[in-house]
Design a protein around this ligand. Structure first.
Ligand code: FAD
Length: 475
């Protein structure tokens, strides 16, 4: 199998590059070790489209964050992804913090981000629940919140619809270069390789180059609150950033839940556990920002792992081996920067070098999802009259119908696992966390793929939910 470009890793960065390359007359493949796209760091983060006030002036992070932020309105329309510019407020709790806010405002202006400093009184008018500790805040209106799961899935779906080939469950274990051709896993050949392997990008680099950087995994734990009150907090609220990063935030999510976290702890690359002590510490920190947080509404905790590089800036470079490009160390604000990273990589390293032509028939749009629960009653009735599957609600918490699941299975990057389905349609994301709907979802996936329900995994190919029949009972 021979390609012009092979991308290793289908996180938000690999998927953004794949979609950007799909605009050109070029043969591209993406190799992904997991059973789904966007399944590592891009799957577990704060999902904030940061304004760009915070990264060090002159860094790649600052430049690509601000450029990336401006691209999200168009991208999310084309890719049918939930995105709202709700704005962020960085809260000062004492006079020192107020001084830092002023410094941050100067940095914001240098980075090209408009901000304003609000007094406590002004803040109370837009965020009535802020705690008594809060003295002032730095408002950045261009910050937003996004559905991170469907952003990755739809980037890749659009890339595949425009000719990119995606190989899931394909872990890269070997890269050699013979003359001008890279050979990956003794099977895939390409003129160029782009290393977007996130936490594992240092290991991928060392398959072909001498060691030049190291990725330090740093875990961030979170709590998720159910959607209980539209007005609890309306902006993304941060404390002033520290050496460890932007610290704990409280934010609405694009699905009307609330997110609280993350922590920051050095960890192992596969350690996604949450622990009580860290969660309690996150709660304490959050209470410095907002009063009366309804912790009885917590429905889930999770952790994501930052691929932190030693120099704390993005590594986008060709080190020694020609045409092997590292796109590594993409920690926060990597999600918001991803479209700008993709443009930079494609233009600087590929198009300027090889002058591939743009395709005339590139279609930037994905087929929009039909969310039955978001339609007016009459429209819903019309759809259900045409197709009864849309009247059969499988996930009662998030109100997702069988028709939506079947539609999702018929797309070009379909879910093969319970987790992949959950990420796309929120089946099992609600209060019951899948307790009620998971068995129905299992049956729908099994029927669709003509498999036994025992063969449907939760996530990776070996993560089976059902192992055997119980007391001879069937189904
Ligand atoms: C706690 C936390 C909070 C964050 N908050 C924000 C935020 O609010 N806003 C923001 O902009 N950014 C945020 N980020 C950063 C953002 O999530 C990352 O920058 C981004 O997801 C990185 O994407 P990626 O594609 O580089 O990595 P990943 O998403 O990890 O993708 C790498 C892919 O490579 C695959 N892979 C690895 N090894 C191999 C191999 N050998 N063969 C084949 N495939 C392989 C992996 O399976 C994975 O799918 C946060 C990150 C964390 C952890």
């Amino acid at each position: 199998m021979t390609y012009d470009v092979i991308i290793i890793g289908a996180g938000v960065v690999g998927a953004s590059i794949a979609r950007e390359l799909a605009k050109y007359k070029i043969k591209v493949a993406v190799l992904e070790k997991d059973n789904d796209v966007g399944n590592e760091t891009s799957n577990a983060n704060s999902a904030i489209i940061h304004s760009g006030y915070d990264p060090e002036c002159g860094s790649l992070k600052a430049k690509l964050n601000v450029l990336g932020n401006a691209m999200f309105d168009t991208l999310c329309k084309e890719l049918d992804v939930k995105f709202k510019r709700i704005g962020s407020i960085t809260l000062a709790l004492d006079d020192n913090d107020v001084k830092t806010l002023k410094e941050l405002q100067i940095r914001a202006t240098k980075n090209g981000v408009e901000t304003s400093i609000l007094s406590r009184e002004e803040l109370l008018k837009i965020e009535p629940h802020i705690s008594n500790n809060v003295k002032a805040g730095l408002l950045a209106n261009t910050a937003g919140i996004i559905d991170p799961f469907n952003f990755c899935v739809h980037l890749m779906e659009n890339a595949v619809d425009n000719g990119v080939e995606l190989y899931l469950n394909t872990k890269v274990v070997k890269i050699v270069k013979e003359n001008d051709t890279f050979i990956i896993n003794d099977k895939f050949k390409a003129k160029m390789v782009i290393n977007c392997a996130g936490l594992f990008s240092d290991e991928i680099n060392e398959m072909i180059n001498p060691k030049s950087f190291e990725i330090i995994p740093r875990k961030g734990e979170y709590l998720v609150l159910d959607h209980f009150d539209d007005d609890f907090v309306k902006h993304t609220l941060f404390l002033v950033p520290s050496i460890k990063g932007k610290g704990v935030l409280i934010s609405p999510t694009s699905s009307n839940n609330y997110l609280i976290g993350p922590s920051a702890e050095v960890c192992l690359k596969d350690d996604k556990d949450t622990d009580k002590m860290t969660i309690e510490q996150i709660k304490k920190t959050a209470m410095l920002m907002v009063d009366n947080i309804p912790f009885n509404q917590v429905i889930h905790t999770f952790a994501g792992i930052r691929p932190t590089p030693a120099n704390h800036d993005f590594i986008i470079e060709e080190i020694k081996t020609k045409n092997f490009i590292n796109v590594a160390g993409i920690e926060s604000p990597g999600f918001v920067s991803s479209p700008a990273i993709a443009k930079m990589v494609v233009e600087d390293f590929i198009i300027n070098r090889y002058h591939y032509e743009l395709k005339k028939d590139f279609n930037p749009y994905v087929r929009p999802y039909l969310h039955i629960n978001e339609l007016p009653f009459e429209k819903r009735k019309e759809i259900v009259d045409r197709n009864k599957d849309y009247g059969e609600i499988i996930c009662k918490c998030e109100k997702v119908s069988k028709g939506e699941i079947i539609d999702c299975l018929n797309r070009s990057v379909p879910p093969h696992s319970i987790k992949a389905l959950k990420k796309r349609l929120r089946v099992g994301f609600g209060k019951c966390q899948g307790g009620m709907c998971q068995s129905y979802a299992l049956h729908i996936l099994a029927n669709y793929y003509h498999k036994d329900i025992n063969e449907i995994p939760y996530d990776s190919l070996d993560s089976y939910i059902l192992l055997d029949e119980l007391k001879g009972a069937k189904d």
